[in-house]
Design a protein around this ligand. Structure first.
Ligand code: F6P
Ligand code: MN
Length: 310
C-alpha cells in the first residue's frame, strides 16, 4: 500500500512555480535554494550548537549553525550556475560568481539563530534580483522573495509576484503545497514590537506601545523576524515594528537581507511596509549591510504607527 499521497494528488513546489509562470531560470534557482533549505533544516536538527568564536559583519557572535547555513546556501547558489553574485548577512562584501548569469541573490542564512538553543522557530530569508548586483536598486526590483521557517514544521513561503504560497517539507524531502494566503487585513489584532530597548529614549515608540496595550491587542513576539512575520502572513493580520533608539539608531534589522524580502512578501499579500517615510520597497540600497527602521503588516496600523512615530 502507498501511504503517501500519490504525486498526482499534491502540488510540488516545482509544479507550482511552473503554474505561477516563473521563468525557467527563476524556477530552477528557487528549487536550488529549496535544496539548501533542506540541508539547513537537517543541520538544525542534528548539529551541536555553540559559539564558533567568530563575529559577523554586524558585530554579532556567530553560531556554528550560522556559518554552516551560509556555506550550504553558497554551495547551492554556485552549483545552480544562475547566480552572478550574492550578498549574505554573514559576509562583508558582495560575492561575485560570474558576469554571465541572470540573478543576484541576497540572504540571511539563519535568522534568529541565537534562539536555537531555546528550540524556538528560526528561519532563512532570500531576495532575488535580476542582474549583476543589488546596489543602487530598491527592494521593489526583487523578482521573487522567499523564506523558510524551521519550526515544528519546516515551511517554505515564496512569492514571484502572483500571491504568497507556502509549502511543507514532507518526510521524503519534497516541498508540497500547504497554503495559499488570501491577504492581510487592514486592521491588526496582534502586535510584535522589536527593539523595545528604544523605549528608553524614543517617547513616540513608547506611546505606540502603550496605545497597543490600552487597545488590548494581543502580543505575539518571538524574537525571530521570520517567525514573527510568518505569524502575520499565516493569521492574515498583525503589526511588526523594529525602530530606532540610541543603541540602534536605525533599528536592528537590515534592509537588504531582512526588511526588503519581507516587504515584498507582505505587500504581495495585501499588507504594507514603511521605513517611517516611504515603503521599504522604495528605500535605495546604498550599502548591503545598511539597517532600516521597519513598520510592517496590516495597512491601517502601519499608517497609524508611521504617523505616530513622525
Ligand atoms: O536578525 C536579528 C533578529 O534576531 C531578528 O530575527 C529579530 O526580529 C530581531 O533580531 C530581534 O530584535 P530585538 O532584540 O530588538 O527584539
Ligand atoms: Mn537576521
Amino acid at each position: 500500500m502507498f501511504l503517501l499521497p500519490l504525486p498526482s494528488e499534491r502540488t510540488s513546489l516545482n509544479a507550482h512555480l511552473r503554474s505561477a509562470g516563473a521563468p525557467d531560470a527563476l524556477r530552477h534557482l528557487i528549487l536550488d535554494i529549496s535544496r539548501a533549505a533542506k540541508y539547513i533544516s537537517y543541520a538544525i536538527k542534528t548539529t551541536e550548537t555553540g559559539l564558533s568564536g567568530g563575529t559577523n559583519q554586524s558585530g554579532e557572535k556567530q553560531l556554528q549553525l550560522d556559518v554552516l547555513s551560509d556555506t550550504i546556501v553558497s554551495h547551492y547558489l554556485a552549483e545552480s550556475g544562475l547566480v552572478a553574485s550574492y550578498a549574505s548577512e554573514e559576509a562583508e562584501e558582495l560575492i561575485i560568481f560570474s558576469d554571465n548569469a541572470p540573478y543576484t541573490v541576497v540572504f540571511d542564512p539563519l535568522d534568529g539563530s541565537s534562539l536555537v538553543e531555546a528550540n524556538f522557530a528560526i528561519g532563512s530569508i532570500f531576495g532575488i534580483y535580476e542582474g549583476l548586483d543589488c546596489l543602487g536598486k530598491t527592494p521593489r526590483e526583487q523578482v521573487a522573495a522567499l523564506y523558510v521557517i524551521y519550526g515544528p514544521r519546516t515551511l517554505l513561503v515564496y512569492s514571484c509576484g502572483k500571491g504568497v504560497h507556502s509549502f511543507i517539507l514532507n518526510d521524503v524531502g519534497e516541498f508540497i503545497l500547504y497554503q495559499e494566503y488570501h491577504g492581510i487585513a487592514d486592521t491588526a489584532k496582534n502586535y510584535s514590537p522589536g527593539n523595545l530597548r528604544a523605549l528608553a529614549d524614543n517617547p513616540a515608540y513608547d506611546s505606540v506601545l502603550h496605545d497597543w496595550l490600552k487597545r488590548e491587542l494581543t502580543l505575539r513576539y518571538s524574537g525571530c523576524m521570520v517567525a514573527d512575520i510568518h505569524h502575520i502572513i499565516a493569521k492574515g493580520q498583525g503589526i511588526f515594528t523594529n525602530v530606532g533608539g540610541s543603541k540602534y539608531p536605525q533599528g536592528k534589522l537590515r534592509l537588504v537581507f531582512e526588511c526588503g524580502p519581507f516587504a515584498y512578501l507582505v505587500e504581495q499579500a495585501g499588507g504594507a511596509s514603511s521605513n517611517g517615510n516611504v515603503s521599504i520597497l522604495d528605500v535605495p540600497i546604498e550599502n548591503i549591510h545598511q539597517r532600516t527602521p521597519v513598520i510592517i503588516g496590516s495597512a491601517h496600523e502601519v499608517a497609524a504607527v508611521t504617523k505616530a512615530l513622525r
